[in-house]
Design a protein around this ligand. Structure first.
Ligand code: G3P
Ligand code: MG
Length: 275
């Protein structure tokens, strides 16, 4: 049986604050794009680096190729991360996964890393026993098609690992599509700037968390969110200083995404590094 099951029934309206929403047990520090400060972002090397640094969860960006197969890629274009031109959504899967990621971070001298398929990434996540936040970045004009494909992959690769997957997106249609096929799946909406109707979104989609951009974050809003919806997870991206992390923790933030999680992880977790 699929872990996040498909359902034809409509998602029931949930009480305010997402108190009955499917939840994910998030740690305070989540590796951003794997551990983007240590290895090429959104690659298998980056996922391994995050695990070695002591992360228990990683965030990964997922995009569809021309044939609708998901790969790990942040940008719509291949240029920045592979050094060669191309648009992910117009390039066949077979071509994208043969592209090498540009070497970055301390792993610069290591073996070349290719752009991974979502399936390969989830396989590794399963082997490493990590939790994963998959951020859905749909192709323009093809929104709501990515979520069902991603959830099929999750069910195939991570079945039997409940509480280890969170799906997020800034695209509400993609989140609604995820909710339609998987009533039990923890979901989060991402906001560069908090939308005025966030509360309705939380209730309608059964969200367990909101992801907020630190660049636009107003502490007043944070306090209001915390007060209005004490059970709602609040995640902030991208936080790369211990000082900012500590200040957000004091404000009741649930989780932060960091490129350099080793700097922010509590010493007890750093000590448990593998390898
Ligand atoms: O999911 C949090 C964060 O990754 C969102 O921003 O642009 O880094 O994908 P971005
Ligand atoms: Mg992301």
């Amino acid at each position: 049986m699929a872990f996040f099951r498909r359902s034809s029934r409509q998602h029931a309206t949930r009480p305010s604050g997402g108190s009955l929403a499917p939840r994910a047990p998030l740690p305070f520090v989540i590796g951003h794009r794997g551990a983007a400060g240590h290895a090429p972002e959104n690659t298998l090397a980056s996922i391994r680096a995050a695990a070695q640094l002591g992360c228990t969860w990683v965030e990964l960006d997922v995009r569809p190729t021309a044939d609708g197969r998901p790969v790990l890629m942040h940008d719509a274009d291949l240029d920045r991360t592979t050094g060669r031109p191309g648009v992910v959504e117009s390039t066949p899967f077979g071509v994208v996964v043969h592209r090498e990621a540009l070497r970055t971070g301390p792993s610069r001298e290591a073996q070349p890393e290719r752009i991974p398929s979502l399936e390969a990434a989830l396989q590794l996540i399963g082997i490493l026993g990590l939790g994963v936040n998959l951020e859905l970045k749909p192709a323009a004009g093809r929104t709501a098609l990515l979520a069902p494909t991603v959830i099929e992959s999750v069910n195939r690769q991570l079945e039997g690992a409940p509480g280890r997957v969170l799906i997020s997106s800034s695209d509400r249609l993609e989140l609604a599509a995820a909710r339609a096929v998987a009533p039990d799946l923890p979901l989060a909406a991402l906001h560069r700037e908090l939308a005025p109707d966030w509360r309705r979104e939380v209730d309608d989609l059964g969200l367990c968390a909101l992801g907020l951009d630190d660049e636009h974050l107003q502490l007043r809003q944070l306090d209001q969110l915390r007060k209005t919806c004490p059970e709602l997870g609040l995640m902030v991206f991208t936080v790369n200083t211990a000082h900012r992390a500590a200040s957000l923790a004091r404000r009741g933030v649930t989780a932060i995404f960091s490129d350099i999680p080793d700097v922010l992880l509590p010493p007890s977790q750093q000590a448990s590094r593998a390898g």
